[in-house]
Write a protein that binds this ligand. Structure first.
Ligand code: FES
Length: 121
């Protein structure tokens, strides 16, 4: 876990306040202002998990069907809406669909002492 000072270095991108993402919610981020979210964060069983918005099935395709919609209706799995692959929110492992056994790319996160959420560049 990074310290507050480390989290404010250029290697870390500030995303939002950590408490803005509730249990079983997801939120996408476009830190490089590319016009499309390059990463997303899920809170699952109390823990925040960061993932690159890149499905392993087809060349890193974006996954959400609308803004911040990365979870299934039951909010138990991350879903790629292109072809329905389902991933565990905590490990990124694909457990259902065309890329079963592959994983999402993890993004390291840290919450600083002020409750701000950062992602490692
Ligand atoms: S591109 Fe994600 S399931 Fe096909």
């Amino acid at each position: 876990m990074a310290t507050t000072r480390e989290a404010r270095s250029p290697r870390w991108l500030r995303l939002c306040r950590a408490d803005e993402i509730g249990e079983a919610q997801s939120r996408g981020f476009d830190p490089d202002d590319e016009g499309q979210d390059s990463l997303f964060v899920v809170r699952w069983q109390g823990q925040l998990h960061g993932w690159r918005n890149a499905c392993p099935h087809v060349g890193g395709a974006p996954m959400a069907w609308r803004r911040d919609a990365y979870l299934n209706a039951e909010r138990t799995r991350i879903v790629c809406h292109a072809h329905g692959a389902e991933f565990m929110p905590d490990t990124g492992l694909c457990v259902q669909g065309p890329c079963r056994g592959e994983r999402l790319i993890n993004i390291e996160l840290v919450v600083d002492a002020d409750g701000e959420l950062f992602a490692k560049k």
